[in-house]
Design a binder for this molecule. Structure first.
Ligand code: NAD
Length: 431
């Protein structure tokens, strides 16, 4: 099939590459000229495990092409995916500017029947808005269908998630679009992955429901971690026992420094806005958001309780919002570093892959290419992202390199007893 993917961010590149790898002819379109020329030359602007190899293979095979030419993008295929960003606007809603721009371009330039597939995370009702914009911009009446096909990929595991999705959701009211989409995802049906056909509105809600459920679990555990601290409980034991309950399951039960990233924070706020716009209660999700905001300040509060921050030097391990990605959007590390800087600390940092992105935002930080070098002569270390490489470092060497052996383990990756035996002032979350 011939596909156009609009927006070449994390979702667009993975979607485009994934469909090309299934034998489709994929044209990726973006308004960012630098990104498109980088991609055309075979360079990936994002870090995503396993992506480089299939990206290069499909680029070399000519199944994956890149353009900034709107007409070529809108006319060269029968299926157009919308994968553009939907960041938060000043009111905490999803900013649909880019989605509207793509819909306008589709309406203006479409040259035959198109299935317009929305993969961006957008509030319920957006598919109707997209259809209206396309209609308004057409110079002659050409049929099309708008489909909602929410994306559930996880950064850091995006290729795996494309190849083995838990499920595929297709929201459509059109039999024709349903057949085309089902045929596009045929290989997934063969591997036993369920395709759920719903109405458009349900599909749009499903994406927010998923993220809101996961964010709720995180805030739930973070709030309970306070009780553990107040009563000498251990949130990791609580999480383990909860996780073994078949009704609950073990995922997303980690207390820590709060969720971040380009999805949860903005999607929870957008869901709150959408609920209110429809006259619904949003208090559960408001609490989830509030708990998370507070959790981002916990590391600094805990440090303040044991040391003077002003004129100290503090090392931060981990800058990306989670391991296995270079994405620092809404990363708790950004808040923590900015707060410490405001309090008068000097900052050192190390991250396996996110330092290039972080350098653009954190001018006050000295970056190091090695985790040990980053902590040399520092007054404290905060572990913000639970990269695997931090789990098995030589903690005796860590203690020797630090000026004072203070460690805030923001993701509970170390054993408190072992750390205290080694002589650290060890501060975990909820332990
Ligand atoms: P991103 O910010 O990484 O990329 C968005 C891309 O869209 C950018 O390259 C930008 O230049 C491009 N763009 C903006 N306006 C455009 C236009 N008018 N025409 C063409 N391109 C345009 O975003 P992302 O992380 O890939 O997310 C895209 C969407 O998918 C968002 O709605 C997001 O919520 C959703 N989503 C993201 C993830 C994730 O893990 N990142 C997962 C599921 C869903």
């Amino acid at each position: 099939m011939k596909l156009t993917v609009t927006g070449t961010g994390y979702v667009g590149i993975v979607t485009g590459t994934g469909f090309a790898n299934l034998g489709n002819d994929v044209m990726c379109f973006d308004i960012d000229r630098d990104k498109i020329s980088e991609l055309s030359e075979g360079r990936l602007p994002i870090y995503e495990p396993g992506l480089t190899e299939i990206f290069k293979r499909n680029l070399d095979a000519g199944r994956l092409r890149f353009t900034t030419d709107t007409v070529e993008a809108m006319q060269g295929s029968d299926i157009i995916f919308i994968c553009v960003g939907t960041p938060e606007n000043a009111a905490g809603e999803a900013d649909l500017t880019a989605v509207k721009q793509v819909a306008t371009a589709i309406g203006k330039y479409m040259n035959g029947y198109k299935v317009v597939v929305n993969k961006s995370t957008v509030p319920v009702g957006t598919a109707d808005m997209v259809a209206e914009i396309i209609n308004q911009n057409q110079t002659e009446e050409i049929p099309f269908d708008v489909v909602s096909n929410p994306e559930f990929l996880r950064e850091g595991a995006a290729v795996k998630d494309f190849e083995n999705p838990d499920r595929i959701v297709i929201g459509t009211d059109s039999k024709k679009a349903e057949e085309i989409m089902t045929s596009l995802y045929r290989s997934k049906i063969r591997t036993g992955r369920p395709i759920l056909i719903t109405n458009i509105r349900s599909a749009e809600i499903i994406k927010y429901a998923g993220n809101a459920m996961l964010a709720t679990r995180i805030s739930f555990m973070n709030q309970l971690s306070q009780l553990c601290e107040a009563t000498d409980g251990d949130i990791k034991d609580v999480a383990r026992a909860l996780g073994l309950d078949g009704r609950i399951g073990s995922r997303f039960l980690h207390a820590g420094l709060g969720y971040g990233g380009s999805c949860f924070p903005k999607d929870i706020k957008a869901l709150i806005s959408t609920l209110k716009q429809h006259g619904c209660d949003a208090d559960l999700f408001e609490a989830v958001h509030r708990i998370n905001e507070k959790q981002r300040t916990v590391a600094v509060k805990k440090l303040k309780a044991v040391m003077e921050i002003k004129d100290s030097t503090i090392a931060v391990w981990g800058l990306s919002f989670k391991p296995k990605t270079d994405d620092i959007r809404e990363a708790p590390a950004l808040t923590i570093i900015k707060d410490l800087h405001t309090l008068g600390a000097a900052l050192h940092a190390y991250d396996p892959v996110a330092m290039e992105n972080a350098k653009k935002e954190l001018a006050m930080v000295t970056f190091f290419e090695d985790p040990y070098e980053a902590i040399r002569d520092c007054d404290a270390l905060i572990v913000v992202t639970e990269w695997d490489e931090f789990r098995n470092l030589d903690m005796r060497a860590v203690k020797a390199l630090l000026k004072k052996p203070v460690i805030v383990d923001g993701r509970n990756i170390y054993d408190p007893e072992e750390m205290r035996t080694l002589g650290f002032t060890y501060i975990g979350i909820g332990r």
